[in-house]
Design a protein around this ligand. Sequence first.
Ligand code: ZN
Ligand code: ZN
Length: 343
Amino acid sequence: MKAAVFLGKGTIETRELDIPALGEGEILIKVMACGICGTDVHIFHGSPGATEATVPVVLGHEFSGEVVECAPGTSRIKVGDKVTVDPNMYCGNCDYCLNGKKNYCPSMSAVGVNINGGFEAYCSVPEAQAILLSPDVDYEEAAMAEPVACCLRGIDNIGITQGDTVCIVGGGAIGQIMAQLARISGASKVVVSEPVEMRRELAISLGADAAIDPMAGDLKEQLQSATGKDYADVIIECVGRPVAVGQAVHIAGKGSKILLFSVPNPTDTFELPLIDIFQKELTIKGSFVNPDTQYRAAKLISEKRLNLKPLITHRYPTKQLEEAILKQMANDSVKVVVLPQQE
Ligand SMILES: [Zn+2]
Ligand SMILES: [Zn+2]
């Protein structure tokens, strides 16, 4: 089978590998779609501080597929099931794992980072990592269960109250997912701030009430004309650059909550206006991975509560993974997926 093997910073090789042999309790998935994540981009470029990949390894942790084999010791998942994979595996024995905070586990490892993931035709995973999808689910949409799960963790962390005005800073794939989740969480207005026109139009077509351009003038004034007030109750930053954090803080009003969701450059810092935190009683929170949220993400996708298909702007076969990663970084893409069954 074809697999894209990551060998270290900047090097990916397409290789013929044997279809993985299953160990006890494992299942074999015919991978139908695997999304490119910002994390894959970081790993490919060897960015310091990003997740450490165990090379050589097949990357890809956002995937869906059909189960084609179940080893002895499995019971819940059957051959023919459509599944998505929660990539993150925890030790189960540390202070955090035992205390219900497993995403803080210092021994966390992941499918597609430390063991072979979805940029290959067939992938084996422990049954416990597989999450069942509905039989009629779209594989490409289902490949986004993992990013949706991460977004759910973020929304859980920051909390949206029905009637809140929510502003999403950044209209990439994550921003587009956040906008939809904010809407179904009961936001009265969802505004997306994004400099690229195609992404603003996409946000509007997927249900955002307004899309504003941070390069086109003061964001507070734009919010005022879009929503009738010059601040948002909840601001979700999905860009990963200090300038976007600055925009998020700028549009925070009294009592506002800011979720810094994106993965920053490890050396980035931001100078906080302390008087704002005091006088406005600001809440600023982070969010890390997807502890137990991918089950709900799979439900939302299976029940068609999200519209994810229009987020996919580019599709590539496995052998073009490097191109796909570069495209994920480009302004004319939103979500790029690899289709491992395509030649
Ligand atoms: Zn991801
Ligand atoms: Zn642990």
